[in-house]
Ligand binder design. Structure first.
Ligand SMILES: O=c1ccn([C@@H]2O[C@H](COP(=O)(O)OP(=O)(O)O[C@H]3O[C@H](CO)[C@@H](O)[C@H](O)[C@H]3O)[C@@H](O)[C@H]2O)c(=O)[nH]1
Ligand SMILES: [Mn+2]
Length: 383
């Protein structure tokens, strides 16, 4: 239990900001276990899991939550035997917290603003590293002995439990600069000491790419030379859009790919998808190659068959709930659900403009984004 001397256990599954008292005293108990609004009581979804190891992802907004949901579901489909954890920030809506809790064992809110002083300081000095510092929060999950981090824009195609045989810090080469690792998939060992050192590094040196990958590469700088076991094979982090740059290799090894990573500016949820054909639409999206297309189609298949129904069943529950029961869930949150649906796009705005508008919270609640309109489109989509 939480009194066993270690850092706070995240018993209620939420607000697990495992804050140390200071860097020098990393074993201090948590001083921050408030239940946030909309906290979800979680049930453990897995029975035969190794409970002290976890797959971890991160979603700082409702859009990236769509990716996290598909990733979590893909891990379940491949019978992952470790716990599934998603780190979220306060921006994530109550609705998405509930939906996430249907796929993940733990939904843990982390908040830079009211974090321990040294995090706060690093944040203030380097505000541009916001999302980066949030990713580093995964080292605070000290109720796990070892974890595998996966970006929310990754998709697991076969069981990857063997990654837990690796040690910190293991990652696959970055396709753009193979002497650097890509920070979308990595094996790490939670430790408040390491976390503190990483933040210190961020404060002192920043990041050469302004984000976590640059920071982690300069922190774990011996990765490319010290120990070949820490080089994960490329099949654990295949960037979907570079599969074709060395197509003979893809022909030879592509079928053994285990994790696809949709890195870059265009994510699967930015594409339009036709559920009748089971294929993303190519118009204007600049699709590069057929491998990429088939990975995108796999992503959407999971989204359509396993994630959308979670929203529907949630709405059914809402319909039967007694009045007042769902006070904390405004209709706005229901609308937000469908932001990444292919049909919720405006005829006048480009997908990029549309997305930016949503992400900035500029939502046309009374007009084209009204829930009734989206529901109408959804009905057509599901007919
Ligand atoms: O607004 C955001 C942005 C990112 N993330 C999370 O951070 C991850 C990294 O961002 P992503 O958009 O996936 O970046 P990539 O396109 O993959 O670009 C590369 O560069 C990033 C910054 O260095 C690294 O984090 C990635 O691992 C690396 O592949 C995402 O998957 C999410 O888990 C959010 O939750 N919200
Ligand atoms: Mn990514």
């Amino acid at each position: 239990d939480g009194s066993s001397g270690g850092p706070a256990r995240n018993r209620n599954g939420l607000k697990g900001t495992f804050l140390p008292g200071s860097i020098r005293n990393p074993q201090a108990p948590s001083r921050h276990l408030l239940k946030p609004p909309g906290a979800v009581t979680l049930v453990s979804l897995s029975t035969s899991t190794v409970s002290d190891q976890a797959f971890v992802t991160l979603a700082t907004n409702d859009i990236y939550c769509q990716g996290a949901l598909v990733l979590g579901q893909s891990l379940r489909n491949q019978r992952a035997t470790r716990r599934l954890v998603v780190l979220i920030t306060p921006q994530v809506s109550n609705l998405l917290r509930v939906i996430l809790s249907k796929v993940f064992d733990e939904v843990i809110e982390v908040n830079l603003i009211d974090s321990a002083d040294y995090i706060h300081l690093a944040f203030l000095k380097r505000p541009e590293l916001g999302v980066t510092l949030t990713k580093l929060h995964c080292w605070t999950l000290t109720h796990y002995s070892k974890c595998v981090f996966l970006d929310a824009d990754t998709l697991v195609l076969s069981n990857i439990d063997e990654l837990f045989d690796r040690t910190e810090f293991s990652a696959a080469p970055d396709p753009g600069w193979p002497d650097c690792f890509n920070s979308g998939v990595f094996v790490f060992q939670p430790s408040l000491e390491t976390h503190g050192l990483l933040l210190q590094h961020a404060t002192d040196h920043g990041s050469f790419d302004g984000a976590d990958q640059g920071l982690l590469n300069s922190f774990f700088s011996s990765w490319s030379t010290a120990d070949i076991h820490k080089h994960l094979p490329f099949i654990y982090n295949l960037s979907s859009n570079t599969a074709y740059t060395y197509s003979p290799a893809f022909k030879r090894f592509g079928s053994s790919v285990k994790v696809v990573h949709f890195l870059g500016p265009t994510k699967p949820w930015n594409y339009k998808y036709n559920p009748q054909t089971g294929s993303v639409l190519e118009e204007g999206s600049g699709l590069a190659n057929q491998h990429q297309t088939s990975f995108l189609n796999l992503w959407w298949k999971i989204y359509q068959h396993s994630i959308l129904p979670l929203y529907e069943s949630f709405q059914d529950e809402e319909d039967h709930a007694s009045p007042g029961h769902t006070d904390h869930l405004s209709p706005v949150l229901l609308e937000l659900t469908f932001v990444s649906c292919p049909m919720a796009t405006s005829p006048t705005l480009s997908p990029e403009e549309e997305r930016r508008k949503w992400e900035e919270g500029r939502i046309d609640y009374m007009g084209k984004d009204a829930f009734a309109r989206i529901q109408e489109k959804l009905d057509r989509f599901l007919q």
